[in-house]
Write a protein that binds this ligand. Structure first.
Ligand SMILES: [Zn+2]
Length: 212
């Protein structure tokens, strides 16, 4: 039986055969499944940032807490870009300190994101979630060591050209179930769902240190 691994979702317990990384809202009880914690750039306020840092520092030993995210940079949202940058830097530092990969939200700020990666030279993997960019952007990011996670809406040419060792799949907040995302991506790649599941399982073991 193959496993459907969902890198990023906001819905708990979506697929019976799946393993998901739930985006855990601050202030909620700790989930009994794998989860990530951070602050979305849209939700960012200085006092919430302190709360997020406290939460991460207090709970970093929880075995289900496997990644910091989603966090990142978004030039189309109302939050000041300076505050976003301060917050993202803090999340990068926590990711390195507690050895948890970053799940990144990035909109129209890829130059800034790449220069931060060059500046920090992080040990932890950086995964860009919900990637919809074109093959050229994807190539540039892969060359800088990023992983890319694809949801139901993505650029087909990109998925066809990206090296599969850097690929994840996700549902995010869409109603499309993860097994459908696998079927869609597998058909675009002209491989079987089983093969895709094996590749993504290996990526989850390698980059997220999951014992699955
Ligand atoms: Zn999300």
């Amino acid at each position: 039986m193959h496993i459907f691994f969902n890198l990023h979702t906001h819905k708990d317990g979506e697929h019976p055969d799946g393993i998901a990384v739930l985006d855990c809202p601050l202030g909620n009880d700790l989930p009994s499944s794998y989860y990530s914690v951070s602050l979305h750039p849209w939700m960012l306020l200085p006092e919430k940032l302190d709360q997020a840092v406290d939460f991460i520092s207090h709970n970093h030993l929880d075995k289900n807490f496997i990644a910091i995210g989603e966090c990142g940079l978004d030039k189309l949202c109302e939050t000041s870009f300076d505050l976003q940058t301060v917050a993202f830097r803090q999340m990068i530092e926590l990711s390195e300190q507690y050895e948890k990969p970053l799940i990144i939200h990035c909109v129209k700020a890829f130059d800034e994101l790449i220069s931060m990666k060059k500046e920090y030279l992080p040990i932890q993997p950086w995964v860009i979630h919900g990637f919809r960019g074109n093959p050229i952007q994807a190539k540039q990011l892969i060359q800088q060591g990023f992983c890319l996670s694809f949801g139901p809406k993505h650029n087909i040419e990109t998925i066809k050209n990206v090296p599969l060792w850097a690929v994840f799949t996700e549902t995010d907040d869409s109603d499309c179930p993860i097994d459908e995302v696998y079927r869609l991506v597998a058909s675009e790649l002209n491989i079987s769902v089983e093969d895709l599941a094996g590749i993504i399982r290996n990526n989850a073991i390698k980059y997220l240190k999951l014992a699955i």
